[in-house]
Design a protein around this ligand. Structure first.
Ligand code: ASP
Length: 439
């Protein structure tokens, strides 16, 4: 009998359909439904429909802590102490500085464009958010990064404390993995493998949540539009413009500046960097882009011992595009929910939190949006179901895929730029490297 291809079921077809398009469709369907409801004078969805949105926000909250722990422990423990010599320290410092600059550019874009959906009208909830935000004191927050109890930090979901401990844990593990004592080496490899496995499981859960995202986004957006009408759509366009302009400014000023300082011809660099740039734009994953980033570093003549260490590390901790996005979106969320810009102390707080968040962001699609929830939690504005901030956050999630394309392309370009600059500076490039010969 001829082999008749099986017809795809609806579920299979849904899973196979590109997540990016699904989320955009979810956004459009939710917005149209919300506008129709608003025009009929209906301002709230039936409880059983809202439930689907609530489930989505709960899923996102659920995954924050496990994903931070998995990604940071594995990231920090993958760095071999032997490599954290002069190259490693410099690479890490330059990664951190460029990410912090990224947050500042994001905040500046936020201050210039003032992206705001007029949700403050909705507002005993907004008043409550304002009260919580006012409690934030940056010095106290810095001191409290050190937990007094790891278990309490986990149970209370104190993200900064969890990041702190996960990094310590990972760094110690990286030393133990290369210990002279065979017993220590064996048990630490087992521990590493367990965390590596946990981290992979978290990634799988995240991709599962992303399959559900179109439904969650549609419902949350419908709620926002039903309450506020169509006027909120313009705000999303402004968020998108602010993010992409921030990405462009970062490329020109920061990467262009670094390449100039280290005397690398911009054209020579981008001739190789464009393949990882485009791959990252399309795949929205720094990790997934690594093979092409490796190839670009190789073509540019960087020594393998440097890029084999710095690029995977960068794909885990160096997320300049994500940092810019955090700056713009945190501004959008606070302006929309409270209706006022950040104070000086809050800005310092966001720079600290968003830099840490970009370190904790896994190099997979959509991870930055989960970290945005963490930043908001850090400034005492958690994304709780049923709050204004959950509605505003859902609006961001609706366009997250678009923002993610640009920020991932930037993340990867940043890894390659920093790697080439440090490699050239310390002489880790081959004799015939184009970097060596470019001025
Ligand atoms: N998708 C980004 C990356 O892989 C992370 C993010 O969502 O910000 O670099």
């Amino acid at each position: 009998m001829a082999n008749v291809p099986k017809k795809k079921g609806f579920f299979r077809a849904y899973l196979d359909f590109n997540v990016l398009y699904k989320i955009l469709i979810g956004l459009a369907v939710g917005a149209v439904a919300g506008i129709i409801l608003a025009s009929c004078g209906v301002t709230a969805l039936p409880k059983w429909i809202s439930m689907f949105g609530t489930i989505f926000t709960r899923l996102l909250k659920m995954i924050i802590i496990p994903i931070i722990v998995g990604s940071l422990v594995v990231g920090a423990s993958s760095v071999s102490p032997a490599n954290v010599g002069k190259v490693g320290i410099r690479v890490i410092i330059i990664y951190l500085i460029t990410s912090a600059i990224g947050v500042c550019i994001g905040l500046a874009m936020g201050a210039i464009f003032k992206p705001q959906a007029d949700l403050a009208a909705v507002t005993e909830l907004a008043a409550e958010a304002e009260g919580k935000l006012a409690d934030t004191n940056v010095w106290q927050v810095i001191a409290e990064i050190v937990p007094t109890s790891v278990l309490t930090a986990l149970v209370n979901e104190n993200v900064l404390q969890v990041i702190f401990f996960a990094l310590l844990f990972g760094i110690c593990l990286s030393y133990m993995k290369v210990s002279d004592n065979e017993r220590i080496r064996t048990i630490s490899m087992t521990t590493y493998n367990i965390f590596d496995c946990l981290s992979e499981i978290m990634m799988k859960i995240v991709s599962g949540i992303m399959q559900y995202a179109p439904i969650g986004v549609a419902v949350l957006i419908a709620e926002v539009f039903a309450k506020n009408g169509a006027k909120v759509a313009g705000a999303l366009l402004i968020v998108t413009i602010a993010c992409f302009l921030g990405y462009a400014i970062h490329i020109v000023l920061v990467y262009g500046g670094l390449l100039k300082i280290y005397r690398i011809k911009i054209r020579t660099f981008f001739k190789e960097a464009r393949t990882p740039f485009i791959t990252a734009f399309v795949t929205r994953s720094s990790n997934g882009t690594l093979p092409t980033t490796f190839q670009a570093a190789e073509n540019l003549g960087v020594h393998k011992e440097v890029y084999a260490f710095s690029l995977p590390l960068g794909a885990t901790i160096n997320m300049d595009g994500t940092a810019i996005y955090q700056g713009v979106c945190a501004t959008f969320l606070v302006l929309s929910c409270i209706g006022r810009p950040f104070t000086g102390g809050e800005i310092a707080m966001i720079i600290l939190l968003a830099t840490l968040a970009s370190i904790g962001t896994a190099g997979v699609p959509g991870a930055g949006a989960i970290m945005l929830a963490m930043v908001m939690q850090g400034i005492n504005m958690p994304i709780e179901p049923g709050t204004v901030i959950a509605g505003a956050y859902a609006m961001i999630l609706g366009i997250d895929a678009i923002l993610d394309m640009g920020r991932t392309a930037l993340n990867v370009t940043g890894d390659l730029t920093c790697t080439c600059c440090i490699a050239k500076k310390l002489g880790y490039v081959s004799e015939d490297s184009v970097l060596k010969n470019s001025k």
